[in-house]
Each structure stands twice: as structure tokens, then as C-alpha cells.
Design a protein around this ligand. Structure first.
Ligand SMILES: NC(=O)c1ccc[n+]([C@@H]2O[C@H](COP(=O)([O-])OP(=O)(O)OC[C@H]3O[C@@H](n4cnc5c(N)ncnc54)[C@H](OP(=O)(O)O)[C@@H]3O)[C@@H](O)[C@H]2O)c1
Length: 239
């Protein structure tokens, strides 16, 4: 049976969100691809897949724009089966350590990564709740969001944002679990060449990573009891 799948942050054809959207489109699913600004890459995908691809535009920092997009999407679909919160934004000095980074950049990253995902889930909740089967929310996190495994000294805004996303996932798991209508995980998607550059040493292309994640999401959709923070290989990862 085909699904209606929503993926945030799909504007770049070399990055992960676009390739997750592409994988579901290739499988015959309907995809709601969200972008922050007009994207020629998404325009080209729309030309290829037509009505199977619904494009929604919003800024994760702007609750009103997320709600407005949800209302427009609700005119086109009556439910969403899978929501993948993939979009990310980091501070311009993400590569700097504590003494050199501008700490005032951190709240914006936290806002995009963790509060942004919550804004999307809240605005699209009724569509998720209307899914005929179990709806699934997959928050794309990172091993960088693990407090227990933290070894880094740079990219504190990113690590804090993903740790907050992981915590938000647990809050929503607790909120949704008794009804067993909406399932939720937070996922480290693997080490991926999401910048599309050939000299990137990461082992997975975005397209390869997207295929692995799609299979994982299908396997874990009905799993309401396992650990909530998992890797792309389906292995439990410490919070
Ligand atoms: N690459 C890896 O090895 C790796 C490892 C662990 C986790 N991840 C995670 O995998 C996911 C995908 O990574 P990626 O490198 O493919 O992502 P990306 O291309 O850097 O970002 C995805 C999209 O997020 C959008 N975005 C940024 N700020 C936004 C905002 N305020 N509102 C709406 N959209 C916004 C961007 O839109 P614009 O195009 O308009 O800028 C961008 O297209 C991320 O969650 C990342 O943390 C990646």
C-alpha cells in the first residue's frame, strides 16, 4: 500500500531530504517535500513526478508559516502516514570551539533543530492522527546529539540542538504512546556525503543513505517498545 510521506528540508538535490523524498517517489508513494525557499531542484522533481509530489514552503523558525503550510497541505491530502524531520541549520561558526564561537548563535540553531521539529509535528498533528494505520515520525538526529557518547569540542550548537531534539522525541513518545496511533523515533542517519562533494570521506551518498533509512522506517513503524534513539542500522544508540 502506498503512503503519504512528508520530508522537511528537501531543497538541495545532493542532500539527504531531497533523496529521501526521491526514494519514496520512486516507490510510488505520495511525497510532501518541504523547502524554505524556491528550489530549482524541487521544481525539476515536480516536473518528473507531477501530482505525486506536493511542495510546501515554510521557515521552521516561523510558527505562522508552518501553520499556514499545514492548512494548504490539508487542502490536498486527508492524512500523512510518515513525517521525516530532516531539515537542519547550524551557526556560521559551527567549526569553532567554546572560546572562539559566538555563544549568541546557539539559540537559533536550537530553535531550528529542536523547536522547529516540534512546530512541524504540532501543525501537522491532525493529519498524522488521521492516518489509517500507525503514523510514524522519524526525527533525523545525529550521533553528535548523544550526551553519553560526546567527544567533540566544536559544533556545540549542533550537538545541543540534536540532544534537545532527542529529548523532544522522548516527550512526544510519552505523550503519544498510550494511544498507539503515532509512533516516534530519533535516528542517527549515518555518515553521509550530504554536501555532494566527491572528496567527502563519508561512506554513503545521500541516495544510498536514503534507501537504508526508508527500509529502516518500514521495519520500525509498529515498534512501540524498543529504544527510541537508533542508528541507520537499527542499533540502539545511547542518549
Ligand atoms: N551528513 C551527515 O553525515 C549527517 C550525519 C548525522 C546527521 N545528519 C543529519 O541529516 C540531516 C540532513 O543533513 P543535510 O546535510 O542533508 O542537511 P542540509 O542540506 O544542511 O539541510 C537540509 C535543509 O534544511 C533546510 N533548512 C535550514 N534552515 C531551515 C529553516 N529555518 N526552515 C526551513 N528549512 C530550513 C535547508 O534549506 P535551504 O536549502 O533553504 O538552506 C536545507 O535544504 C540533518 O538533520 C543532519 O543533521 C547528517
Amino acid at each position: 500500500m502506498s503512503d503519504i510521506v512528508m520530508v522537511t528540508g528537501c531543497g538541495r538535490n545532493y542532500a539527504l531530504g531531497y533523496n529521501i523524498a526521491l526514494r519514496y517517489l520512486e516507490a510510488g508513494d505520495t511525497v510532501i517535500a518541504t523547502i524554505r525557499k524556491p528550489s530549482p531542484d524541487i521544481d525539476a522533481l515536480k516536473e518528473k513526478f507531477g501530482d505525486k509530489l506536493i511542495v510546501a514552503m515554510f521557515d521552521l523558525l516561523d510558527t505562522a508559516s508552518v501553520k499556514e503550510a499545514a492548512a494548504k497541505v490539508a487542502d490536498q491530502v486527508d492524512h500523512i502516514d510518515i513525517l521525516i524531520n530532516n531539515a537542519v541549520g547550524v551557526a556560521p561558526d559551527v567549526d569553532k570551539g567554546f572560546f572562539d564561537a559566538d555563544l549568541d548563535n546557539i539559540p537559533r540553531t536550537l530553535d531550528i533543530i529542536s523547536v522547529g521539529a516540534l512546530r512541524v509535528i504540532k501543525a501537522f498533528y491532525s493529519l498524522l492522527h488521521s492516518a489509517p494505520g500507525t503514523a510514524l515520525i522519524m526525527n533525523i538526529s545525529s550521533e553528535a546529539g548523544s550526551i553519553e557518547k560526546c567527544y567533540r569540542t566544536t559544533g556545540m550548537d549542533y550537538g545541543m540542538g540534536k540532544a534537545a531534539l532527542n529529548m523532544a522525541t522522548m516527550y512526544l513518545y510519552n505523550t503519544f504512546k498510550d494511544e498507539k496511533k503515532i509512533n516516534i523515533f530519533t535516528v542517527h542517519p549515518g555518515w553521509i556525503r550530504t554536501n555532494g562533494k566527491e572528496d567527502n570521506p563519508a561512506p554513503l551518498s545521500s541516495y544510498e543513505a536514503a534507501g537504508i533509512l526508508k527500509d529502516l522506517f518500514a521495519k520500525r513503524r509498529e515498534d512501540f517498545t524498543g529504544h527510541r534513539f537508533i542508528t541507520n542500522e537499527g542499533i540502539d544508540y545511547p542518549f
